[in-house]
Ligand binder design. Sequence first.
Ligand code: 26W
Length: 804
Amino acid sequence: MRDSIEQKLYYQVGKIRIAANNRDWYVATALAVRDRVVDGWHRSTDSTYTHGAKRVYYMSLEFLIGRLLRDNLANLGLNDVVKGALDQLGVDFDAIRQIEPDAALGNGGLGRLAACYLESMSSLAIPAIGYGIRYERGLFRQIVKNGFQQEYPEDWLELGNPWQFERPEISYNIGFGGEVAMVSDSDSETQHVWHPAERVEAVAYDIPIVGWRGRHVNALRLWSARAVDPIRLDAFNQGDHVGALSERARAESISQVLYPSDETPAGQELRLRQEYFFAAASLQDLLRRHLKSFKTVETLHEKAAIQLNDTHPSIAVIELMRILVDDHNVPWQQAWDITRETFCYTNHTLLPEALETWPVPLMERLLPRHMQIIYLLNLMFLDEVKQRFPGDVAMMTSLSLVDETHGRRVRMGNVAFLGSHKVNGVSALHTDLMRKTVFHDFNAMYPDRINNKTNGITFRRWLYQSNPGLTQLVVDAVGPEILDDETLFAKLAPFADDASFQEKFAAVKQDNKAALAKLVRERVGVRLNPHALFDVQIKRIHEYKRQLLNILETIALYNAIRAQPMRDWAPRVKIFAGKAAPSYHRAKLIIKLAHDVARVINSDPTLRDALKVVFLPNYNVSLAEVVIPAADLSEQISTAGMEASGTGNMKFALNGALTIGTLDGANVEMLERVGSDNIFIFGLTAEEVEARRRQTIDSSDFIAKSDVLQEVLTAVENGNFSPDDPGRYRGLIEAIRYHDYFMVAADFDAYYRRQRDVAATWRRPSDWRRSAVLNTAGMGFFSSDRSIREYASDLWNVPTWPKK
Ligand code: 26W
């Protein structure tokens, strides 16, 4: 390994040792490791071809991968080898590990789920390819200036990307716009031929994804947009240097940036161009592969399963119909059967504002043939509906692929549902709500189509790599088999009452907290008491996730401490991190409030160590890997019914944090697995939220009954935390009083009380530690290996490791 790294440095990076800096060592190390990955990759591909195996295609506009060096090393079992080699070369492994930029090609939960699933598909030896876009710029860099979020472009490719393989020879032509011609062939059947007005090239870049123990390697194939003619020489030679390049700029803008808006569709033409570009390239690619092995498109559904990660790639359903019918002359009904049997769709949110729709005129202009196919599908489908539910106009209106009520728009959720043989939600509660709400009528029409696949996380990254101390402890306790079989986590439960195990468990947590305290000091200059309760909420900033509820409770606690400064308070640190969508003003205001409150609290000498508040800027996967192992308390406090699943909740609990949370998303299933004594549940249920919203969302009555909340709201409203701009939060507080859609006031008292239970339990270290151990012990179910096994057997019909 040492020789390989040196060779890579010398020949590939083009440097000698004396001239090499950490970046050079990082690239040399990554290239040496990549060679080992490649060996396994070729073996996997070869075996898939030889066996004519069925493949899974995971289509996602987002893959939130983070760093790959440690992941690859751990899965190949090369950690110690590489550390030893670098030691001999006088290079600090941890320093070069940190050079690697995060691949942040995603916004949040949905993108991170795709990354965990890719890793699990490799670990379970499923032949799979992840398809996505190679954004030049991933999620923006967040800088907080004076409490205000500012967005800066991110540049993850600045140093090159040693993990990727550029495949200039794998490129496809993608069309946009133009016209559809009708031609009659010899059998006087009408053929449709689309003549696009504009063409763009999609070029492949592969990143190999190694599974656990290196047993299988799959590719993440990302598409980059190139102009067909990169420069118009005639224009250039006539002196129009900018105009000569304009076509190139237009074409390449498709893969320039990730849309930074989570939960609210951008609704812009460029976004639709991105979606079609990537769906069309991926389909051409997988059809080429299929035809090479199996010669006919008619067996596609037997040899390929395509999973749609939300509706973002769902134009692929229509594109496949177009290819089958127009290019391969497959009869309409057979084409539709193949299409439906090939696709599955995962829904990740019920928020009405996040359901994608495209204006019909835009579709007609950009994808004219696709719009025709949508109309035809809709016609035939509504005919079926009419027969099943005669006279039910409401049913027709809600099932139609085209929404006629808000200007004419194509509903991508309906397209995805209709074009898939299975549709899944991401937690039991979410799936249940899908059946009752957004897809109620679809469920009546196709009762067996909706199913649940509760989310999971890869334990390799989120425990073994990010928390080596705890990993060693669980291996010592139940044996190394636990690393290969997540069901063995249950065997930790008996250790929960073992005093010496509790001690060791707590010692690991303490070390992780010291590491986080160091990071906090370096990044934001706040000195933390490492023995305080670390109370953490890290995730995208959104009203439904209710960071505001947490901040208000922080203020209430602050008031209580100031009222009785001499009482023996359990010291607490509130840690926040997360990005707000650039145009989401209220979310940005919540970030500002967190900072205003932190400033006041952290500088109040009467508090001493009892309370500190920090907001860590630029939350990303790598930061999560440090924060999560150090958390004592995990905040999962969304308005019930609104968080589809959550996956951070699972990561925290796996690392021995206790959860304070609502009965929302996967919290419900976590409660079932850890038991109600080991999780702090509070607040309205999804049903109660629904009922209350039907009544009123005016919370003035509620507030009048709560002295604590009253005092907090008045303080914020009057500018106690914003003397420079006393009116800053008036609108925010007014919404809570009179338009409390997210139930912040309605849930406040319950939350405040539950937080006092948390403090009381914290005061009994043995009880706390017992619960912490039981949380780790109860998380086996939430391994993404379990999720992927369910997808494989129920939806994709492919075998998983160990294969019999
Ligand atoms: C089109 C704009 C857009 C972009 C992203 C709309 C919606 C999204 C996603 C659906 C947002 C998202 O990340 N959803 C999260 O998915 C996770 C994985 O299933 C769940 O754990 C989270 O609860 C859900 O919010």
